[in-house]
Design a protein around this ligand. Structure first.
Ligand code: 5CA
Ligand code: ZN
Length: 400
């Protein structure tokens, strides 16, 4: 699948401090110090509606992470999926009478345009579920005895993985409490355990299905990401990422499936971005309380101001979008743009070190913005504006 074109990431002088990131599995800050190549998997969209600011905030977190690795001279391999066949997409297509493949294609394109406008680094592998059906079938076959049949569907016995529950840190009662509302089917008769998850869904009237050695059907959601990540990154890759709503069940299930199939850990760290709300509730396509990146762009907002509005929040916090955020971000962008153009600016080395230190501390973008704000407000002594603009571009992805 075609993604979008990556922005240039200028290299900057000096050196970066050690990088620490929050790992959900251990609920602790861990050092991220990959050898030569950093491997990242980030869960992509289900393309049935346009990109909202919650999605953008989550993808921005992992964009900042990659910029940290690049600043340490690492090569980055970045894989992202597109859940281009799944229940919400088929339901939306059914409701509007549009062909589901057309809907997925259009929304995926729009997402890519939004990502490009926001200067997000593009994935090296941008992979749809539909094009990965063979990979999914192969992986399900590797699950051996942990697979069982309920009617036409195949299920994964989650207790085949002794580590099940570790990614989200939830106990079974807590998992059962949310499984039903997060795409799971704890009540389904015939399952060995309520938390067991769907691997392969047999054909349903009016829904697409593919012939396979498992019988006709389509992939379950969690095995899709496990299969794509293992194919393109291998086992034990550096970071599995997504929004906090994916920690359970999605990342929990993918990790269990992958580790039972391969005997190796799936990922070294699991990073989760907080949820962006609108009108007091999590911004979501299904509820319709959303602000779209594309709508802000169409109404003339500078995408760098949108990016700055998102950067004003730490990626791990849950926060609420308001229109005021755009006003404040535009003002900040204008002030920064004027500042880097000045003929005399404050010395750049210190502020660049402060931006680096802030981002090395679990991607603390608000602290990085505060450092630039202080630099902008200080007295000018020499001409360092170009160097600081380069660092802001490289580390924060904001082009002034
Ligand atoms: N296709 C799956 C992942 S394999 C999926 O969750 N798609 S999605 O379109 O629903 O979400 C895409 C990404 O945006 C996920 O990482 C999700 O956690 C994140 N996300 C969704 N809503 C919000 C929100 N309100 N705030 C922050 N991140 C969000
Ligand atoms: Zn995923």
């Amino acid at each position: 699948m075609r993604s979008w074109s990556s922005p240039e990431v200028p290299s900057i002088g000096g050196s970066a401090p050690g990088l620490r990131i929050h790992d959900s599995r251990t609920d602790a800050l861990v050092t991220s110090d990959p050898d030569d190549v950093a491997r990242l998997y980030v869960c992509g969209i289900t393309p049935y509606d346009a990109t909202h600011l919650g999605h953008a905030a989550t993808y921005l977190a992992f964009d900042l992470l990659q910029r940290q690795w690049l600043d340490r001279d690492l090569d980055v391999v970045y894989t992202q999926n597109v859940t281009d066949v799944d229940d919400p997409l088929l339901e939306r297509a059914n409701d509007t009478g549009e062909d589901w493949t057309k809907l997925a294609e259009r929304e995926t394109r729009l997402f890519c345009d939004d990502m490009e406008a926001l200067r997000m680094l593009a994935p090296h592998h941008y992979i749809g579920a539909v094009e990965s059906i063979d990979l999914v079938v192969d992986l399900i076959e590797r699950l051996g005895d942990s697979v069982y049949r309920v009617d036409d569907d195949l299920y994964f016995d989650v207790h085949a993985d002794p580590g099940f529950g570790q990614v989200s840190g939830l106990d079974e009662d807590a998992m059962r409490a949310v499984y039903g509302e997060r795409g799971g089917d704890p009540e389904r008769p015939g399952k060995k355990h309520p938390l067991d998850c769907l691997l392969w869904q047999g054909p349903r009237d009016g829904e697409p299905s593919w012939e396979s050695r498992l019988g006709p059907g389509r992939p379950g959601w969690h095995i899709e990401c496990a299969a794509i990540a293992l194919e393109h990154l291998g086992t034990d890759f550096d970071v599995q990422g997504g929004g906090s709503d994916l920690a359970f069940p999605h990342h929990e299930m993918s990790a269990s499936e992958a580790s039972v199939a391969t005997g190796e850990p799936f990922a070294q760290a699991y990073m989760h971005a907080g949820m962006v709300a609108l009108h007091g509730e999590k911004m979501s396509k299904s509820k319709g309380n959303l602000e779209l990146v594309s709508r802000l762009r169409e109404t003339g907002h500078d995408s760098m101001a949108i990016r700055l509005a998102l950067l004003a929040h730490h990626y791990r916090s849950d926060w609420e979008w308001t229109d005021k955020a755009m006003v404040a971000a535009k003002q900040r962008l204008d002030i920064w743009r004027a500042a880097v153009q000045r003929t005399t600016t404050p010395p750049g080395d210190d502020v660049i070190a402060e931006i680096r230190a802030a981002l090395a501390d679990d991607l603390d973008a608000p602290a990085a913005l505060a450092a630039v704000d202080r630099w902008v407000g200080a007295d000018g002594v020499e001409d360092d504006g170009t160097e600081v603009a380069r660092a802001i571009d490289s580390l924060l992805g904001v082009r002034l």
